[in-house]
Design a protein. Structure first.
Length: 470
């Protein structure tokens, strides 16, 4: 076993590489790994069959000579408001608009507060430092999980883990390492808990007393024998904020999540239809969900200000998309085409000739002018203001304007690509239906012609939902 000084030097190297947390775990198969096996056997993994890989439950099946696990954490939290705050701002905006329309409005409507409890209109709500739109300019907005606002964390974590792994291999002759970040046969959370990086919260996230839970996990298995750190005590106490706040009841009991009910699973991992009973509770979450972390007291803003637990990686800040700079992609100019066109917008195009309905040719500018005139009375995304939008609480209408080529280009280095374009459209349909906004009817009607039956099904559901709410 190497000396304590060597272990501390290794930890210092992890910090230099860019990680915010580092600790060492033993590698003997423990209760956490056995629980992971039982969890899969209970069917809580949904369609994620890869979670049943038997190598996940014994690190020796991954690296037969393994003696230690180096666990690291990389914070992705940023100063932007939480999804619960964004939702409350939207509710306030809708209530304000309703008061402007009607002289008397009941004060009994409610929304879930930041602590997961029900609050009436007269009760205090969290105040956000983000200037949400007022009722005069309000537009339905979507929510993308905080971890997916910027670059793909797999790419960033792998690069840093590779550098740290190389440093470990230089400590002694014959040292082996295996690097994992969320894609290999390793239960990262189990080793993170073993190492003392944090405790397993009731929402099943690893929570660090000083940093909260907004961090990515990485594990390096090695045959180097290092003195393990001590596990952290469980500090969740009697708190039930995460369990009470989960819209779909995915947290079936403390420390146990039924992933097949989780909004993150439904909008990312699930490739088929979202069960109808969960669609209303998905709300406007189109990629992932942050609610159980948003309401966690260990993730309070004040705690971050004290500990400085902020993101050091600019790559995790919200991506900004400029619609005007998007290329034409697979957008079809021909009329009567049965393929689904997200919107009748047409970004800047080269000066070329197009065939008109009567077989004549004309320039792009004249053709586009005729299209704009023909569709000027139809609500669409062609008049979006402003032309740029951020992935933080983005306008739902802007996201709906992206073609499949747009999607692939914009999210080529983003976790969002995992949902694939048909999943993106499916999720947009659900969010539009839950918004109750009739402006999305033309888009949804076009989606009824999409070649994917899953998209068509969810578009029909959304149209029916909007019709019932209008």
């Amino acid at each position: 076993m190497l000396t304590m000084d060597t272990k501390e030097a290794l930890k210092q190297r992890a910090i230099e590489v860019g990680f915010d947390l580092v600790a060492v775990a033993p590698v003997k198969p423990g209760r956490d790994l056995e629980f992971a096996r039982e969890w899969v056997e209970r069917g809580f993994g949904g369609e994620m069959d890869y979670l049943a890989n038997p190598r996940r439950f014994d690190p020796r099946a991954v690296l037969s000579s393994v003696r230690s696990a180096v666990c690291v954490g990389l914070i992705y939290n940023t100063p932007f408001p939480y999804s619960t705050e964004a939702r409350q701002a939207e509710v306030r905006s809708q209530e304000s608009e309703a008061r402007n329309r009607k002289p008397v409005v009941s004060a009994q409507s409610s929304a879930k507060g930041h602590d997961g409890q029900r609050t009436t209109d007269n009760a205090p709500r969290p105040v956000s430092n983000f200037q949400f739109p007022d009722s005069r300019t309000a537009e339905p907005r979507a929510w993308i999980s905080r971890y997916a606002w910027g670059s793909d964390y797999h790419e960033i974590m792998r690069e840093k883990l590779g550098r740290l792994g190389a440093a470990i291999e230089q400590l002694a002759p014959g040292v082996e390492t295996r690097v994992y970040v969320d894609t290999g046969p390793v239960v990262e959370r189990a080793f993170a808990r073993f190492s003392g990086l944090g405790w397993m919260g009731k929402n099943t996230c690893i929570i660090n007393e000083e940093k909260g839970s907004w961090f990515f996990l990485g594990v390096i298995l090695t045959n180097l024998e290092l003195e393990p750190d001590l596990p952290a005590p469980d500090r969740c106490g009697s708190c039930r904020a995460c369990l009470d706040a989960c819209p779909t009841g995915a947290l079936v009991e403390p420390y146990v999540m039924d992933a097949s009910r989780c909004i993150s699973y439904l909008t990312i991992e699930l490739k088929g239809s979202i069960p109808r009973e969960f669609r209303p509770d998905v709300g406007v979450n189109i990629f992932g969900c942050d609610i159980c972390q948003d309401v966690c007291p260990w993730n309070s803003k004040g705690r971050f200000q004290v500990s400085g637990a902020g993101c050091q990686e600019s790559s995790f800040l919200p991506l900004t998309v400029d619609i005007k700079k998007l290329e034409i992609g697979n957008w079809k100019l021909e009329t009567g085409n049965a393929e689904f066109n997200p919107s009748p917008r047409a970004p800047a195009m080269p000066n070329r000739q197009l065939t008109t309905d009567n077989g004549q040719t004309e320039g792009v500018a004249n053709r586009q002018s005729s299209i704009d005139n023909r569709q000027s009375s139809t609500p669409s995304t062609q008049h979006l203001e402003p032309s740029t939008f951020s992935l933080f609480n983005p306008p739902l209408e802007a996201l709906a304007s992206l073609t499949e080529d747009d999607f692939r280009r914009i999210f080529a280095h983003s976790p969002i690509k995992r949902a694939k374009y048909h999943g993106w459209l499916r999720n947009l349909c659900v969010a539009m239906g839950n918004s109750g906004d009739a402006r999305f009817v033309p888009w949804l009607e076009r989606a009824l012609a999409h070649p994917d039956p899953i998209v068509r099904e969810h578009a029909e559901w959304a149209l029916n939902r909007i019709t019932r709410q209008s």
